[in-house]
Design a protein around this ligand. Structure first.
Ligand code: UDP
Length: 371
């Protein structure tokens, strides 16, 4: 085997970003491997048989407040505005979601609301829970029982197969409540999507004479050796499940090709209380592709399958911490760096995971940059 300065396991956002940094900033020879037949990890997008671009592993709505990160990525892509609008179908009506003044007026059958009226309304219906200890308490303390039951309870049960009272506040805490008429899904300053897609962006990132990419292969500790290793796979798998398996929530996607330009009014519709799927996604609203047909996907949460979401309960976190201790030792002793959603058992958005990758690269540069 050729001599590499670094072997990177996993060609998702973290792997691609660290590979690019090591190749261009340290002039290292990089080996980047992935067991899947493509780069970009779960950000992978591709053309469906119909020619319509899809997000194979669920929608990725890129957003960030970090201008530096954005200018780093701009080396590898042009951008389109992020058209991220979500509605929730409940009580036989479509509502803007997250909850804002428009949602509140529609839900409580009022005329247009001012921010003060919206606040007063929620103050009346919300439950006075000082320090919410779980997702149920979190939502009740913000919007009260009626909207909790209309928008959150059913969705969360379907998504996690767990009651919101058994999940950390951070799960439903991802969703803002707004006292304005901003109908976008998220609040970030920059909401953009790569013009030619994520796969094209990450492919450009790793197209460099110092980087060897090998896809469709498993990682073997004895075979893939280098002074520094970055591991982005599941941390429990790395340690051969020594303390038992970490729990993950998985997803199945069903894609349906439709011979018309658009099938739904915005990119995502959530179904908290109907059907077995949680949401339908027509990513064409985001990719802005010019095509006479469209494709929508139905998302079915499940237990078995590829790991998507770490399940944030106290027990799972405690188990992760035991693995983290092993991981820290492995970093100190054998220069194996653990980074990313699977390796850190934490649900990161794409911008957050890229920030992590850049931080991990700085650590590698500091510890081994002189080699
Ligand atoms: N959620 C909900 N109702 C919704 C959308 C989300 O109750 O209509 C809850 C659900 O528990 C979900 C969490 O909020 O897992 C985070 O939602 P988000 O849309 O951020 O999840 P993602 O798009 O990352 O899967």
């Amino acid at each position: 085997m050729k001599n590499y300065d670094i072997v990177i396991v996993g060609a998702g956002p973290v792997g691609c970003c660290i590979a690019e940094r090591c190749a261009t900033q340290l002039n290292w020879k990089v080996k980047l491997i992935d067991k899947r037949p493509h780069v970009a990890g779960n950000c992978y997008d591709r053309f469906h048989e119909s020619g319509v671009m899809i997000h194979q592993y669920g929608p990725h709505y890129f957003r960030t407040n970090n201008e530096e990160l954005l200018s780093y990525l701009t080396q590898f892509t042009e951008w389109l505005p992020g058209n991220y609008f979500v509605s929730s179908f409940s009580r036989n009506e479509y509502f803007h979601f997250p909850i804002n003044l428009v949602t509140l007026a529609q839900f409580f059958k009022k005329e247009k609301l001012s921010p003060e009226e919206g606040k007063a309304m929620l103050e009346e219906v919300r439950e006075k829970i000082e320090n919410p200890k779980n997702s149920e308490e979190f939502v009740l303390s913000r919007v009260g029982r009626e909207m909790y039951e209309a928008f959150y309870l059913g969705y969360t049960l379907k998504q996690w197969d767990m009651h919101p009272r058994d999940l950390s506040p951070s799960v439903c805490g991802r969703i803002p409540v707004r006292f304005n008429e901003d109908c976008r899904y998220v609040d970030h300053i920059f909401q953009l999507t790569p013009k030619e897609g994520f796969t094209a962006m990450f492919t450009r990132m790793v197209t460099h004479p110092n980087i060897d990419v090998e896809l469709g292969i498993e990682y073997h500790k004895s075979k893939h050796q280098a002074t520094v290793i970055v591991y982005t796979g599941p941390v429990d798998e790395y340690f051969e499940y020594r303390f038992g398996k970490l729990a993950w929530r998985s997803l199945a996607f069903e894609f349906k090709h439709v011979e018309q330009e658009r099938i739904q009014p915005n990119v995502q519709i959530n179904y908290p209380n109907d059907f077995d799927y949680t949401r339908t996604v027509e990513i064409k609203h985001v990719t802005q592709q010019d095509h006479p047909h469209t494709v929508i996907s139905y998302e079915y949460p499940k237990t078995e399958g590829d790991p998507y979401y770490p399940i944030p309960t106290e027990n799972n976190h405690a188990l992760y911490l035991k693995y983290k201790e092993l991981a820290d030792e492995e970093t100190a002793k054998n220069h194996v760096y653990f980074c990313g959603r699977l390796a850190e058992y934490k649900y990161f958005n794409t911008d957050e995971v890229l920030e992590n990758a850049l931080r991990t690269f700085e650590m590698i540069r500091k510890n081994h940059g002189h080699q």
